[in-house]
Design a protein around this ligand. Structure first.
Ligand SMILES: Nc1ncnc2c1ncn2[C@@H]1O[C@H](COP(=O)(O)OP(=O)(O)OP(=O)(O)O)[C@@H](O)[C@H]1O
Ligand SMILES: [Mg+2]
Length: 398
């Protein structure tokens, strides 16, 4: 009888996988490559560390550039420093993608503040419903008074998902309107560049003290970030060059630390499923291909079978020829053969031409109009923007 003792054996690849999982908030000294941003955010909060008013900061930049992480680390650190100086600094972190209405965000602000003041204010329950955004803000002011807070900083992450400005407005006016004695500041984070302009139209200038832009990471920074997290793997498991290679690929593709860590984690998982002793550069290549296949699958998942046949036709042509660009007629011939094999009736030539042209297939292909040589007239050519291998494997799996 076969035994299944080993199905939960994971081998010796990982030591502490949470280090390469998203959501882990490392200590400030483990945050690499963001020294300037940390300094600038630190100076915005510095007055509050000494009992004065924190400056409000708007943070933006592409996804995975460390905005949330740096903000969380610096506010946590500011609280410690303020306490050392004998000042009470409190903060609340609200992710507006989870709490998108004014009422939800205001409630979450009150709850976070309540938790942050654990042991300082009396324990109370904050009603889940039945009261409005303004009531939750009143609870917040009460908590600030009861906790004798000198400075309060609210972090509004993904603020572009918040459905109004009432919260920001009332925060910026709470002191002058006599609702709160504490100095209040905000850190507003967004990865939507357009948000910056919308905000300045809507909210008064008191909320625009500082602006902080986070750039994508370069290969050196990503390498440092990944190196700091290599303890996720058992000793000696990562082959030389694996981190450098992951960092280089990630920098070339996006400069996103989250995706870079995912890639390294995936490489580790591939090594694990193969029961290999080491994670090699080949595993990194495979992890990248898999990520591409996944992304491609998501793109085409809602498409009709014919769109998929057309893409497969282009993939077959690309694989079997030593060029990358194909005329519509060539794609149509290959497409017809595929529909034959699939036992379906092909769409008309015109329809296929339109499909190819119309959407350039969601960024999967590119079409252009070229003048053919030697009196051939001009015609349209199509080219795959991913490797035919990724397309074929992705289509097989849908
Ligand atoms: N400088 C860094 N050092 C160490 N880890 C980092 C660094 N920057 C980012 N990370 C890690 O990468 C992941 C993504 O970072 P973060 O969540 O801060 O990105 P973000 O800019 O807020 O992205 P988004 O716009 O998608 O919210 C997190 O797991 C974070 O811990
Ligand atoms: Mg974020």
């Amino acid at each position: 009888m076969p035994t299944h003792d080993d199905i939960f054996e994971t081998g010796e690849i990982f030591r502490d996988r949470k280090l390469v999982r998203v959501g882990h908030v490392p200590e400030l000294d483990r945050v690499v490559g963001r020294d300037d941003e940390i300094d600038l955010m630190g100076s915005a909060l510095a007055p509050a560390v000494r009992g004065g008013p924190p400056e409000t900061t708007i943070v933006h930049g592409k996804t995975g550039t460390g905005k949330s992480l740096v903000t969380r680390c610096v506010t946590r650190e500011a609280k410690r420093h303020a306490a050392d100086n004998g000042h009470r600094f409190a903060y609340a972190y609200v992710d507006c993608s989870d709490y998108g209405t004014e009422a939800q965000a205001s409630r979450q602000m009150a709850r976070e503040l309540h938790d942050d003041l654990d042991g300082v204010v009396e324990e109370r329950s904050i009603p889940r419903r039945g009261i409005g955004a303004a009531d939750y803000r009143d609870i917040t002011w009460e908590l600030l008074a009861e906790g004798d807070v000198d400075a309060f900083v609210i972090v509004l992450d993904e603020i572009d998902k918040l459905d109004g400005d009432a919260l920001l407005r009332s925060l910026s006016r709470a002191r002058e309107s006599g609702k709160a004695d504490a100095f209040i500041g905000a850190v507003c984070i967004s990865n939507k560049i357009e948000y910056r302009e919308r905000l300045s139209e809507r909210v008064d200038s008191s909320l625009q003290d500082n602006e902080l832009v986070f750039d994508p990471y370069d290969a050196t920074q990503l390498e440092a970030i990944l190196t700091y997290r290599q303890d996720a793997f058992a000793e000696g498991v990562l082959a030389d060059g694996v981190i450098a290679k992951t960092a280089a690929l990630a920098a070339r593709e996006h400069g996103d630390a989250r995706k870079a860590m995912d890639m390294l984690y995936e490489a580790g998982r591939l090594a694990e499923t193969e029961r290999a002793d080491r994670v090699t550069e080949a595993h990194v290549d495979d992890a990248l291909t898999r990520a591409e296949i996944n992304r491609f699958q998501k793109l085409v998942s809602g498409q009709t079978p014919h769109v998929k046949h057309i893409l497969r036709a282009l993939a077959l042509l690309t694989e079997n020829a030593d060029r990358r660009k194909f005329r519509t007629a060539e794609v149509y011939d290959a497409y017809q053969r595929i529909t034959e094999q699939a036992g379906t009736t092909p769409l008309s030539y015109d329809r296929v031409q339109r499909l190819l042209k119309e959407q350039s297939f969601l960024g999967v292909t590119e079409s252009e109009y070229t003048g053919g040589g030697h009196g051939e007239g001009s015609f349209r050519v199509h080219r795959l923007l991913r490797s035919p291998d990724v397309i074929a494997q992705g289509l097989d799996a849908t």
